[in-house]
Design a protein around this ligand. Structure first.
Ligand code: TRP
Length: 329
C-alpha cells in the first residue's frame, strides 16, 4: 500500500510535441515513481497559457499528444491519477486564495521570472498570469496536499516559493498543508544535437513522434569534439554530445567508450551509429505506442475524464479544509 504521506504530484505543460529529453528527464521517471508512491500527474494547460496565450490553436492537440506520450512511456492510468489541469477548477479557486497571501515581491524575485522575461523578448510576458505562474503551480501541488514533487532543477525556485506560501498560509490559518519537497530527476539533462538546450524552437529536438530516420538525421549532425578529425585522433568525450547520449542510453559501455575515444581508437561515425542503436532501442517502442494511442483520441479523452473525476474528489476535499480554515465556510 502506498504511503499517503508520500503523495507525488507533477505536471507537464502542453506547449508542443514531446521529445526524448522529456522521456528520460520526466515521463519515464513518472512511470517509475508510480511503483512506490501514490501519484497525480497533470497536463498543465493553464500553465501553457502563461507564455502562449496569443495562440491557443494547438493546445488541445498537444494535450492529447502529451497524454499519449505519458501512456506510451508506461504511466498507468489505473495506478495513477492522470488528468488535465483545466478539468479541475479547484486549482483555480486555490490559486485565487493563495494569491491573497502571496506578496508580489516574492514573485518578482523568482529567478526564472526575470530570466524568461529577458530571454523570451519576442513574447509578451507582462501579464498578471505569468507573474503568478508559481502561485498556480503551488495550488496544483497543495490541492492534493502532495509532499513529493519530481521536477528538473529549473523548477526548484518555484518549489521554494511554494514552501514559503505554505508556511505563511499555515501560520495565518492553521496547519492545513504539508511542505512539498522537490525530488530532483537523477538523469542529467540531454543536450540537443547542436549542444544547445533540446527544444522544438531550436529545431534540434529528437521528437517522440519522429521516426527512426528523423532521429538518425539529427544523430548524424551531432556535435562531436571539433579537434578530433580523423578516426585515430584522440578525443575529448566530456565535450561530446554523442557521449552524453551514450551515458543515458548505453550506460554499461560508457567506461570503455571513454577510454577508446581518448586513446584514438574510436571513430565518431561508428560511435554515432552504435549510440543510435541504443537510442532507438529505448525510443522505438515509445514511438510506436504513441502512434497507436493517438489513433484513438476518444479513448485518450476518456482517460483524462476519468482522471479528472478522481482528481476533483481529492481537490474538493482539500478545498473544504481550506474554506473552513479561512472561515469562508
Ligand atoms: N512548471 C512545470 C514545468 O514547466 C509544470 C508544472 C505545472 C508543474 N504545475 C506543476 C510541475 C506542479 C510540478 C508541480 O515543468
Amino acid at each position: 500500500m502506498a504511503n499517503p504521506a508520500n503523495r507525488v504530484l507533477s505536471g507537464i505543460r502542453p506547449t508542443g510535441p514531446l521529445h526524448v529529453g522529456h522521456l528520460v528527464g520526466a515521463i519515464a521517471n513518472w512511470a517509475r515513481l508510480q511503483e512506490s508512491y501514490e501519484c497525480f500527474f497533470m497536463i498543465a494547460d493553464w500553465h501553457a497559457l502563461t507564455s502562449n496565450f496569443e495562440d491557443t490553436s494547438h493546445i488541445r492537440e498537444w494535450v492529447l499528444e502529451n497524454t499519449a506520450c505519458m501512456l506510451a512511456a508506461g504511466v498507468d492510468p489505473d495506478r495513477v491519477v492522470m488528468f488535465r489541469q483545466s478539468d479541475v477548477p479547484e486549482h483555480a479557486e486555490l490559486h485565487l486564495l493563495l494569491s491573497m497571501v502571496t506578496p508580489v515581491p516574492w514573485l518578482e524575485r523568482v529567478p526564472t521570472y526575470k530570466e524568461q522575461k529577458e530571454q523570451m523578448a519576442d513574447k509578451d510576458l507582462s501579464s498578471y498570469g505569468f507573474l503568478g505562474y508559481p502561485v498556480l503551480q503551488t495550488a496544483d501541488i497543495l490541492a492534493y496536499r502532495a509532499t513529493v514533487v519530481p521536477v528538473g532543477d529549473d523548477q526548484v525556485a518555484h518549489l521554494e516559493l511554494g514552501r514559503e506560501i505554505v508556511r505563511r498560509f499555515n501560520h495565518l490559518y492553521g496547519e492545513v498543508f504539508p511542505e512539498p519537497k522537490p525530488l530532483l530527476t537523477q538523469t542529467p539533462r540531454l543536450p540537443g544535437p547542436d549542444r544547445r538546450k533540446m527544444s522544438k524552437s531550436y529545431g534540434n529536438a529528437i521528437e517522440l513522434g519522429g521516426d527512426r530516420a528523423a532521429a538518425e538525421k539529427l544523430v548524424k549532425e551531432m556535435y562531436t569534439d571539433p579537434v578530433k578529425i580523423r578516426k585515430n585522433d584522440p578525443g575529448h568525450p566530456d565535450d561530446c554530445v554523442v557521449m552524453a547520449f551514450h551515458r543515458t542510453f548505453n550506460e554499461a559501455a560508457v567506461a570503455g567508450i571513454d577510454r577508446e575515444c581518448r586513446a584514438g581508437e574510436r571513430g565518431c561515425v561508428a560511435c554515432k551509429s552504435e549510440m543510435m542503436g541504443h537510442l532507438w532501442d529505448r525510443m522505438g517502442p515509445v514511438h510506436e505506442k504513441r502512434k497507436a494511442l493517438l489513433a484513438d483520441p476518444a479513448k485518450l479523452g476518456g482517460i483524462l475524464e476519468r482522471g479528472a473525476r478522481r482528481a476533483r474528489e481529492e481537490a474538493g476535499a482539500t478545498l473544504k479544509l481550506v474554506r473552513t480554515a479561512m472561515k469562508l465556510a
